[in-house]
Each structure stands twice: as structure tokens, then as C-alpha cells.
Design a protein around this ligand. Sequence first.
Ligand code: PNS
Length: 162
Amino acid sequence: MKRVAICPGSFDPITNGHIDIVKRSLRIFDEVIVAVAVNLKKTPLFDIDKRVQLIKESLKGLENVKVESFKGLLVDYVRQKRGVAIVRGLRAVSDFEYEMQMALMNRRLDHEVETVFMMPSEEYSFLSSTMIKEIASFGGSVKGLVPEPVEEALREVFKLKD
Ligand code: PNS
């Protein structure tokens, strides 16, 4: 049977760190679904359709990857997709508390869902979508930190340096 992993997140926007985690996941799982959460509490820079579109463009050429959005509980979505694991990136110790809380809560909600943590390449260990938005909002360069389509989209929203 195909082993499907779910890579969930807000992806507002997707960064090269996220892509690194997706690629690492593909070495372990048969298929990876990048699942973009419709988070009603957060006001995103990019709406859900734009985030999905940017991820699709950024992952072009990669096989065995799907990009979808989901509403509601992650464990329900994972069950619906017959996923065997949730994959999350762990950048630093500071991520651990939030990630452990989420993993244990998801396990409580569905004891069959496992969470797998992966370390991104160290060059992305300081990277976050929040930081990207802040740098871009002040006109700083995000080259090399986000995929081309995201850089382009940020350029449209903010005035970016090359
Ligand atoms: O990129 P993020 O914002 O850290 O991703 C968080 C996300 C989307 C994975 C998390 O908020 C989530 O799973 N949301 C869906 C609703 C849900 O299941 N909440 C309970 C998680 S314990």
C-alpha cells in the first residue's frame, strides 16, 4: 500500500525551508500531500488559493507531491487521505514545545496518527515565513530563502530590492 505523508502548515508563504522538508519526506514516503490550513484565526498575507498556487509553482517538476487546502481538524483530514504520518520540520529547540503540544494533542484526537519530525538543512534553520514577510515588508532581499514564484509574489505586494 502507498505510504502517504501529510505536510501541513500555513505556508504564508512557502519558504525554501519548507521545500527542503518536502523533499526529505519524499525519500521516506511514497507520496506527500502539502496541506495548507485555512486558519480562520490568522489573517494571512496571501489568501488560501494564492498560497496553494505558489506552492504548486514552487514544487513543479517534483513527482509524488500533491498540494491541497483543508479546513477543520488536521487529524480528520489525515484520516480522509489515509495518511500514515504528519510531517513537521523542527528548526531549533524553540520549535519543540509547540510542536510537541500539537503532536500529542493530535495523537489524543486520533491515536493512529503519527507525527514525524525532520530537521531542515542548517542553512534554513533560522528561516520562517514570518521573518520573510517582515524582511520583504521593509524592502529587504529574500533571494535564496524563498522559491522564485514566492519572490515574485512578494515583489508585487512590497517593493523588493534585487
Ligand atoms: O505553519 P503552522 O502555522 O505552524 O501550521 C499549524 C497547523 C496548520 C499545522 C495547525 O494549526 C493545524 O493543524 N491546524 C488545523 C486545526 C487543528 O487540527 N488544530 C489542532 C492541532 S493540535
